[in-house]
Design a protein. Structure first.
Length: 325
C-alpha cells in the first residue's frame, strides 16, 4: 500500500491531534521495527515522529501522531503487523512485557481531551480483540477496574505468568478478547494517559542489584519521588546497569530531580554515573540545558524534542531514521 500523500498529513496535523506510543517486544532487528513504522504510515494523517530501539531490553518504542478519526486505524494496523513479524514464543529481553505489542497508550496533544483518548483506547481494544484475537487489558485512565490503573499491576509476572493464569484466575481475565493468550502475539495493555518522559540513568557497574536498589529508593510507590516509576536493568552489551524511570508528571518531578535522586543514592553506594538517556521524545519546556543530567545525555539532538519533530510533519515532511539500531 502506498503511503498517504504528505498534503493529507499536513492538513490534519494542523488541527486536532492524538499521540500514540506503542512499545514492541523487538529491539534487535531494525528491519522489523522499520516494518512497523511503515504499517503506521499507510494510514492517512499518521506520521511517525520517533523510533527508539534497545537491544538489551529487546524492545522498541515508536512515537506517532494522527488525527483522532485515524489514530485507531493506525494503532490497529501496527498491532496487526507486530503480530505477524514478532513471535513471543522466542522472545527474550530484560524488560517485562505482555506481548508483541506490549503497551499501546493514547495521549491527547491538541483539540482532544483525555476522555476522548479513553474512548479511542476502548475502540482500539475492541478491534484488536475481535479482529486479531489478542486479549486486551485496559490501564491508567482507560482502566475499567481499579486494580488495573497501574500498568505495573497489569503486567505483573509478564507474559509467562499470564499464559498460565488467564483462563483460570478471574483477576487475570482480559477486559476484552479471548481467555487465552495469542500464540505468537501474546496479550496487550491499552491505555490513555498524559504525556510522560522516559528517562534512564546508566551506572558504571555490572551489579544489577545496585540499579534495583536505587530504583526502589526513587520510585513513588515505595516513598520516593512523586510521580516516578522506576526499574533496574542490566545493560549486558555495555557492562553497565540502568535505572529506568517513567516521569508520569514531569512538571512535578522532572529530569533534574530524578537524576539528582539517582546520583545521590549512587554516591552513597559508591557507584559513578556513566550517562543518561531519553527514550522517545521530550517537550522543550521539560529540558534544563544547564543541568548535570543534560551534559550526560547520550545521542541527544534537537530531533528528540517533541515540538521539533511535530513541525517536520506539519511542514509536509517525514522524519527519517537510521537504517540500523
Amino acid at each position: 500500500m502506498e503511503n498517504t500523500p504528505i498534503g493529507n498529513r499536513q492538513s490534519a496535523i494542523s488541527n486536532a491531534l492524538v499521540e500514540c506510543v506503542p512499545n514492541f517486544s523487538e529491539g534487535r532487528n531494525s528491519e522489523t521495527v522499520a516494518a512497523l513504522s511503515r504499517a503506521i504510515e499507510t494510514i492517512e494523517t499518521a506520521c511517525v515522529l520517533d523510533r527508539h530501539i534497545d537491544p538489551d531490553h529487546n524492545r522498541s518504542v515508536i512515537t506517532f501522531v494522527a488525527a483522532p478519526d485515524k489514530i485507531v486505524d493506525a494503532a490497529v494496523a501496527v498491532v496487526r503487523r507486530a503480530s505477524e513479524v514478532i513471535d513471543m514464543r522466542a522472545h527474550k529481553g530484560e524488560h517485562p512485557r505482555l506481548g508483541a505489542t506490549d503497551v499501546l497508550p493514547f495521549i491527547p496533544i491538541s483539540g482532544v481531551t483525555m476522555e476522548d483518548c479513553v474512548r479511542l483506547a476502548h475502540q482500539a481494544g475492541e478491534r484488536i480483540a475481535n479482529e486479531l484475537l489478542i486479549p486486551v487489558f485496559f490501564y491508567e485512565r482507560a482502566a475499567l477496574r481499579p486494580d488495573r490503573l497501574n500498568l505495573e499491576d497489569v503486567r505483573r509476572g509478564a507474559l509467562e505468568l499470564l499464559r498460565e493464569q488467564i483462563a483460570i484466575e478471574p483477576a487475570r481475565a482480559p477486559d476484552v478478547g479471548p481467555l487465552v493468550v495469542h500464540e505468537t502475539a501474546g496479550a496487550i495493555a491499552i491505555g490513555a494517559r498524559p504525556f510522560l518522559i522516559a528517562f534512564n540513568v546508566n551506572l558504571k557497574t555490572g551489579d544489577v542489584a545496585v540499579a534495583k536498589q536505587i530504583a526502589r529508593t526513587v520510585r513513588a510507590r515505595h516513598g520516593g519521588l512523586p510521580f516516578v516509576k522506576a526499574l533496574g536493568f542490566t545493560l549486558s552489551t555495555r557492562g553497565l546497569v540502568q535505572v529506568s524511570m517513567n516521569l508520569v508528571n514531569y512538571e512535578t518531578t522532572g529530569m533534574t530531580a530524578a537524576y539528582n535522586a539517582v546520583r545521590d543514592e549512587a554516591v552513597r553506594l559508591g557507584v559513578e554515573i556513566d550517562s543518561t538517556e531519553i527514550v522517545g521524545l521530550v517537550p522543550e519546556k521539560a529540558l534544563d540545558r544547564s543541568a548535570e543530567y543534560f551534559g550526560k545525555l547520550e545521542n541527544f539532538t534537537e530531533n528528540k524534542i517533541f515540538e521539533h519533530r511535530l513541525l517536520t510533519c506539519k511542514s509536509g515532511g517525514m522524519p527519517t531514521f537510521p537504517t540500523s539500531s
